[in-house]
Write a protein that binds this ligand. Structure first.
Ligand SMILES: C[S@@+](CC[C@H](N)C(=O)[O-])C[C@H]1O[C@@H](n2cnc3c(N)ncnc32)[C@H](O)[C@@H]1O
Length: 330
C-alpha cells in the first residue's frame, strides 16, 4: 500500500479543514526537540556535501541550485515523490561519495529538500532551539555571559559597549534585558522578530570604521549549525573583523557556545585544538564552563589576529562512535 504523504517529524503542524497548516504547536517534548535539531543538522550537512560535489563541474551553489533545478525532471519527481518517515529511526542515511552518478546525486538533493520542507523547514528547527532555551530545558545561554560580564574585573570596561548577536532567536533573552549594552545588533538567517535583522553573518558588509564594530560578539550554538569545517573557520576569522580593539575602558570579547560533543567526542576536534585556533586569531580564554550538553567560553580579543596559519583537518581520535565535527582554517 502506498504511504500517505503527511507533514511529520520536525514538527507536526495541525491542519485546518482546508488542509492548510495552522502554525507550530506550543510545546515539544525534550527528546523530540533533540531529534529535530539533530536531523536538521544532518540534512544541512548532506545538502552541503552534495552541492560541493555538483559544483565541481556545474557552477552550482547553495544560492542558485533551486532555481537551476526548477525544471529538472529528476529533481522535481524525487522531490514530489518523497514521503517523510513517521519515525526518526527510519530516516534515510545518505552516503554521498564518488560512487554516485550525477543523477543519483540530484535525486538525493531533492529528497533532502523535500524532507526539510515536510519536517517544517528552518522555522521548525528554530522553534526546537527556542524550546531548548526555556529554563526547564537548560535555559538561555546568555545568562552565563551576563554573569561573567558582571564580575568585578569588567566593571570599568562595560560602561558604553555594543554587541552583535549572531544567530538570534529572541530579542528578549538576558543579553538584551540585562542593560549592559548601549546597543545590540541581532541577526539571524531566518528572523522571527522585527527586532532581529534577517542576515547571513557571512554576507554582512564589513565595517567601514570603528563605530560599525562591536565590543562583544555572541555566537551561541551557531558554529555547529554551519555545515562545513571551512566555513566554520571562515566565520571565526570574520568575527575578528567585526570586533573593536580593546582599550583600558572597553572590552573586546567573544562569547562562544558549542554542543559539548563537538569538543569531547569528535575524531577531528577537541578543546585544545579550538584554543590553538583561537590563540592564533588573537583570543585568550578567560572563562570556560562545561554543562551537561553544552560548553561555554568567554574570550578576550587582543586586536592582533595572525591570519597566516593553517589549521587543517587532523585525525585526533579513533572510534566508531565519534562524530566528525571540525573547524579548519585553510
Ligand atoms: C541552534 S540556533 C541557536 C540560537 C541561539 N543563539 C541559542 O543559543 O539558542 C542557531 C541559529 O543560528 C542561525 N544561523 C546559523 N548560521 C548563521 C549565519 N551565518 N548568520 C546568521 N545566523 C545564522 C540559524 O538561523 C539559527 O536560528
Amino acid at each position: 500500500m502506498a504511504k500517505k504523504k503527511t507533514r511529520v517529524g520536525l514538527l507536526k503542524r495541525p491542519k485546518t479543514i482546508t488542509g492548510k497548516t495552522q502554525g507550530i504547536p506550543k510545546s515539544i517534548k525534550p527528546q523530540h526537540t533533540r531529534q529535530i535539531i539533530r536531523r536538521f543538522h544532518i540534512l544541512q550537512k548532506n545538502r552541503y556535501a552534495i552541492i560541493k560535489r555538483l559544483d565541481k563541474k556545474n557552477n552550482i551553489t547553495i544560492d542558485n541550485y533551486k532555481e537551476l533545478f526548477k525544471n529538472n525532471k529528476i529533481y522535481q519527481s524525487a522531490f514530489n515523490a518523497f514521503v517523510v518517515p513517521e519515525k526518526y529511526t527510519d530516516s534515510q542515511v545518505y552516503k554521498i561519495d564518488d560512487s554516485l552518478s550525477h543523477n543519483q546525486t540530484v535525486e538525493i538533493l531533492a529528497k533532502i529538500d523535500a524532507e526539510i520542507e515536510q519536517r517544517g523547514g528552518i522555522e521548525a528547527y528554530q522553534r526546537a532551539s527556542t524550546e531548548g532555551q526555556t529554563t526547564k530545558r537548560g535555559g538561555d545561554s546568555s545568562k552565563r555571559l551576563v554573569e561573567w560580564l558582571r564580575e568585578e574585573k569588567y566593571q570599568r570596561r562595560i560602561g558604553d559597549v555594543t554587541a552583535l548577536e549572531i544567530g538570534c532567536l529572541s530579542p528578549y533573552n538576558v543579553i538584551s534585558t540585562c542593560g549592559i549594552f548601549k546597543d545590540i545588533t541581532r541577526i539571524d538567517l531566518n528572523s522571527q522578530d522585527p527586532l532581529i535583522l534577517e542576515q547571513n553573518f557571512m554576507e554582512r558588509p564589513l565595517p567601514k570604521n570603528t563605530d560599525e564594530k562591536f565590543n562583544l560578539i555572541s555566537c551561541s550554538l551557531v558554529i555547529n549549525f554551519v555545515p562545513s569545517p571551512q566555513e566554520r573557520g571562515e566565520m571565526l576569522v570574520r568575527m575578528t573583523k567585526f570586533l573593536k580593539k580593546p582599550t583600558e575602558t572597553s572590552i573586546s570579547v567573544l562569547f562562544l557556545v558549542l554542543p559539548l560533543p563537538c569538543i569531547t567526542n569528535s575524531r577531528y576536534f577537541d578543546n585544545k585544538r579550538l584554543l590553538e585556533i583561537m590563540t592564533h586569531l588573537g583570543f585568550t580564554q578567560t572563562h570556560y564552563y562545561e554543562a551537561k550538553k553544552v560548553a561555554y567560553w568567554l574570550f578576550e580579543w587582543n586586536g592582533k589576529p595572525l591570519l597566516n596559519a593553517k589549521f587543517p583537518k587532523k585525525n585526533l581520535y579513533t572510534g566508531s562512535s565519534r562524530n566528525n565535527f571540525c573547524i579548519i582554517i585553510e
